[in-house]
Design a protein. Structure first.
Length: 100
């Protein structure tokens, strides 16, 4: 699962008030190279929750994302690209925040 996918997942259990972001228990992470497309990343940036992306990328062992974003800097876009599209959770579990 890419972090792009994780960023949109939410708990659908009725009555749950804290449904996002889902926590991850990591067993295996892989990196799969993807084509770098800065135009796509600039669009994707505004549809993703930055704090959740930083949290989950840290959980997967990638600590290169800054706490604040600088979308118009190439180095930032490359780190964002790596976290969003290239890091992949191969084995693990998703945990609803309220049940953790």
């Amino acid at each position: 699962m890419r972090l792009l996918t994780h960023n949109i997942l939410r708990s659908q259990i009725k009555g749950v008030t804290n449904n996002y972001p889902l926590k991850i228990i990591v067993r295996k992470v892989s990196v799969k190279e993807e084509t770098f497309d800065p135009d796509y990343l600039k669009i994707a940036f505004f549809t993703n929750n930055w704090d959740a992306l930083v949290y989950v990328s840290n959980t997967l062992g990638y600590t290169e994302l800054p706490d604040t974003s600088v979308i118009n800097v190439d180095e930032f876009l490359k780190k964002f690209h790596h976290a969003l599209l290239e890091l992949q959770l191969e084995e693990g579990a998703l945990i609803f925040p309220e049940t953790y």
